[in-house]
Ligand binder design. Structure first.
Ligand code: PGA
Length: 249
């Protein structure tokens, strides 16, 4: 049985002091032992958020990481910086990074390999545009993103990974995918993992849905057979996140 994983993606929100206040506010609301709870926060918030989350079930993750060890890469965050701060999860290849910061399937693959090398679990993002959905190429597109992202990743590593299926048209738009649409793609992702690796790896890997997840939509989405939780943007900054995490109560 896969344990659900519900992660907040704060994006470029919350100063360090606001981060501490938000963690303190949400701490009592997100207690749910059935679920892994991760707050992926801006790099500068990681240490204060980690401090504030001590003693709770909240794990602090990062929103990005570079694929080199260290050196002359002004402005980047290295894997060792994350592990030294206690980070266990990192979002890789969010569609906003692909769109605004020129990330490609190839750089996503390099980052995933590097994260595993350092024992950090990547939350690997994939998703189609509205045009691609209308063209009927959603599944083909997602399969391609997954196959490239997981190149040279071992089965053991893949089994421990998290994939976030996030249709771009559903991100920040309030237009949540129906649970059937989300389930269809998440099932296709699992089938793709089974094809690349084996059934055991496919059965172990956790697949989230992301895109306008709310307290109202979470219970139905997370009840689908291949949806193992969510990656939540806007609603992760509000007390509503507690309701999302406690979708099963
Ligand atoms: P949203 O963002 O929940 O605000 O749509 C999700 C995401 O981009 O991870």
């Amino acid at each position: 049985m896969r344990k659900k994983i519900i992660a907040g993606n704060w994006k470029m929100n919350m100063t360090p002091s606001q981060a501490v206040a938000l963690v303190n506010e949400l701490k009592p609301l997100v207690a749910n032992d059935d679920v892994d709870v991760v707050f992926c926060v801006p790099a500068i918030d990681i240490i204060p958020a980690m401090e504030a989350a001590k003693g709770s079930n909240i794990q602090i993750g990062a929103e990005n990481m570079y694929f080199e060890e260290k050196g002359a890469y002004t402005g980047e965050i290295s894997p060792e910086m994350l592990t030294d701060a206690g980070v266990k999860y990192v979002i890789i290849g969010h569609s906003e990074r692909r769109e605004y910061f020129a990330e490609t399937d190839e750089t996503v693959n390099k980052k995933i390999l590097k994260a595993f090398e350092h024992g950090i679990t990547p939350i690997v993002c994939c998703g189609e545009t509205l045009t691609q959905r209308e063209q009927g190429i959603t599944i083909d597109w997602i399969r391609q993103q997954i196959k490239i992202a997981f190149q040279n990743v071992t089965a053991e590593q893949a089994a421990s990974a998290v994939i976030a299926y996030e249709p771009i048209w559903a991100i920040g738009t309030g237009k949540v995918a129906t649970s059937e649409q989300a389930q269809e793609v998440c099932a296709a992702i699992r089938a793709c993992i089974a094809e690349v690796y084996d059934e055991a790896t496919a059965a172990a890997i956790r697949i989230q849905y992301g895109g306008s997840v709310s307290a109202a939509s979470a219970p139905e989405l997370f009840a689908m057979a291949d949806i193992d939780g969510g990656l939540v943007g806007g609603a992760s900054l509000k007390p509503d996140f507690g309701k999302i995490v406690n979708y099963n109560k």
